[in-house]
Design a protein around this ligand. Structure first.
Ligand code: ATP
Ligand code: MG
Length: 152
């Protein structure tokens, strides 16, 4: 039996998370494992809302709530990550969208779904220079007994 059968990759749309998807895709192929991509919506998710979409909604006075914009951006992050995984040989891939505190919800998923390995970016979208681990990757690693791989 393979050592890792269920990999979890938390994604936030950052380049770090993309590299985590690529590393996990390679492992998923090797171990014939299932890969789950999870994204957690947060209020500051609005930072990730595409400028064009925001501008459009303002220009056209379309009633798109901030929540809808955040949710759409989150779905887009998951779609892109799934495409990247599948283009890199992953056969069994599913996506998970949650809303709330990222680290808590990622750790909860790990506990309830029998994840063998978490593969995440060492950093994410945050731009504080000089930090080794982001707060989400740090908290996830502390909150779970699961093996963790942080990708640079
Ligand atoms: N909202 C999220 N949903 C899912 N995964 C996330 C989320 N935020 C971060 N991650 C995961 O955690 C990794 C590290 O990101 P993290 O947010 O900890 O670092 P940062 O953005 O550089 O710092 P900080 O957010 O503390 O300012 C990301 O590469 C991604 O794998
Ligand atoms: Mg972050």
């Amino acid at each position: 039996m393979a050592m890792f059968t269920h990999l979890l990759v938390p994604v936030d749309g950052s380049e770090h998370a993309k590299r985590a998807v690529l590393a996990a895709a390679e492992m998923a192929q090797r171990y014939d494992a299932t890969l789950t991509l999870i994204h957690v919506l947060t209020q500051s998710g609005s930072l990730a809302v595409p400028k064009e979409l925001k501008a459009y909604s303002e220009l056209e006075h379309v009633r798109i709530s901030e929540q809808d914009l955040i949710e759409n951006a989150g779905k887009e992050i998951l779609r892109n990550a799934e495409t990247l995984a599948r283009n890199n040989g992953v056969k069994s891939c599913d996506v998970m969208l949650r809303s709330g505190d990222p680290a808590t919800l990622i750790a909860d998923y790990v506990k309830t779904k029998g994840v063998d390995l978490i593969v995440m970016g060492r950093r994410g979208l945050g731009d504080l220079a000089g930090i080794f681990l982001g707060s989400v990757s740090h908290k996830v690693a502390q909150a779970t007994d699961c093996d963790c791989l942080t990708v640079k």
